[in-house]
Design a protein around this ligand. Structure first.
Ligand code: GTP
Ligand code: MG
Length: 429
């Protein structure tokens, strides 16, 4: 039943301008996935927009506004095959205005590269993205220290070590052992340690970026849980019809399977039957947890389904919640978080405003012991058990029932305020 090579989704995250798209573009060019001819065209386009140096980033940044501004706005996907895996590379935006797209990308990833520009070091979105990776359940993280080249920092080991030291502190704060974390020294622009070993950093003994792909452990595929596919986008394709796309988080999807789409427009859901399943332009009879697919569902049209809906096995649908209890960590609130606060919750691909109706207890994150019952407020760094009431229809599961569908990020005024996981649910009747 298993494929020849397991699928892995790898997201590139990090502060704006760290060089994420450039590293991905360079990797595609150096592996021959992008031709000299194509590269020449992109270089000319970069010159035209006054963005010399962005030619590699343009491989992933395809939207006109992205090219003009020299920033990634939306997620871009690209498939490559390595010795061990069929990999989907997800290039996420670093700019703080587009963190919600980054969260969607993180929610689909098994592994991640946190990219840091060596001259800049740790930046606000370095920390924010690291927290988000943890919250969204990305287990394997490698740190990429980019822009090591001559112009920037002269391939210096001491600069690399300084950034490594700073990042190690952050890793410890989110409960990751820095000693077990790979740190890669590279230059996406010059091509050092992306696919080719650098000739300028004899002191560096670690893997190249592409070698690290195969050093990540194969994702454990939760094919034993009920089928869940959060909808990432919906396309209208001539000759096929409505095509929702996204990653199957858990379970197995089969042709002719009866499915339920929740919450749907009404909150009641809508039923259908899987007609076709496609992955990377290939038609499949069944697809598994971890697969990125586009599907067509008999009985479901464009108006019935949208980003944020979850396509489920009709015999085991996901609950729609009236209220839930969660454990959260407050990451970055401008003041303090109190009862009544109603920010936007990002859960799998959904975004729903939810109200904090009760602060149940503040908890010591190291021991799990209650520090204070019913605190009046929570501040940055606090961990707490809270009660939450969604203001719209929300499909969610407990961490225990399905860890892939139980994590969320809380956002307000352009920042990630908190992150957490669902512990208990009261279903909507
Ligand atoms: P966002 O997606 O907008 O967050 O940025 P990004 O992290 O994808 O960065 P991008 O690849 O767009 O590169 C930003 C700028 O950094 C461009 O001007 C690149 O030429 C430059 N850059 C990227 N990698 C390197 C590198 O290794 N060395 C040098 N010197 N410049 C680099
Ligand atoms: Mg980018």
């Amino acid at each position: 039943m298993a494929r020849a090579k397991p699928n892995m989704n790898i997201v590139f995250v990090g502060h704006v301008d760290a060089g994420k798209s450039t590293c991905v573009g360079r990797l595609l060019f150096d592996t021959g996935a992008v031709s000299e001819q194509e590269m020449k065209k992109l270089k000319e386009e970069a010159v035209k927009y006054g963005k010399v140096g962005f030619e590699f980033a343009y491989i992933m940044d395809k939207i006109k506004e992205e090219r003009e501004r020299g920033v990634t706005i939306d997620l871009a996907y690209r498939k490559i095959i390595t010795q061990k895996f069929e990999i989907t590379i997800i290039d996420a935006p670093g700019h703080r205005d587009f963190v919600k797209n980054m969260i969607t990308g993180a929610s689909q990833a098994d592994s991640a590269f946190l990219v840091i520009a060596a001259p800049a070091g740790v930046q606000p979105q370095t920390t924010e993205h690291l927290w988000l990776l943890r919250t969204m359940g990305v287990k394997n993280i490698a740190i990429v220290i980019n822009k090591m080249d001559e112009e920037e920092i002269g391939y210096k080991e001491d600069k690399f070590n300084k950034v490594k030291e700073d990042v190690s502190k952050l890793l410890k704060q989110v409960g990751i052992d820095p000693v077990k974390t790979p740190f890669i020294a590279c230059s996406g622009l010059k091509g050092d340690n992306i696919v080719k070993k650098s000739e300028h950093m004899a002191w560096y003994k670690g893997p190249t970026l592409i070698e690290q792909f195969d050093l990540f452990p194969a994702p454990d595929l939760p094919t034993n849980l009920p089928m869940r596919m959060p909808v990432q986008d919906v396309y209208e394709i001539t000759g096929i019809g409505t095509v929702p796309v996204g990653k199957i988080e858990t379970g197995v999807m089969k042709q002719n399977m009866k499915v339920k789409i929740l919450p749907g427009r009404t909150g009641e859901g809508i039923e259908g039957e899987i007609k076709t399943i496609e992955m990377h332009h290939e038609t499949l009879k069944e697809a598994y947890a971890g697969d990125n697919v586009g599907i067509n569902i008999r009985g479901v049209g464009k108006k019935d389904i949208a980003r944020g809906d979850v396509i489920c096995d009709a015999s085991a649908p996901i609950p729609i919640v009236k209220e839930f209890i969660a454990q959260i960590a407050v990451i970055n609130h401008p003041t303090v978080l109190a009862k009544g606060y109603t920010p936007v919750f990002h859960i799998h691909t959904a975004q729903v405003p939810c109200k904090f109706t009760e602060l149940i207890a503040q908890i010591d994150p190291r021991s799990g012991q209650v520090i204070k019952e019913h605190p009046d407020f929570l501040k940055n760094g606090d961990v707490a058990k809270v009660k939450i009431r969604p203001q719209g229809n929300l499909a969610l599961e407990t961490q225990k029932d399905n860890p892939y569908m139980g994590r969320f990020a809380v956002r307000d005024a352009g920042q990630t305020v908190a992150a957490g996981m669902c512990l208990e649910i009261t279903e909507k009747k």
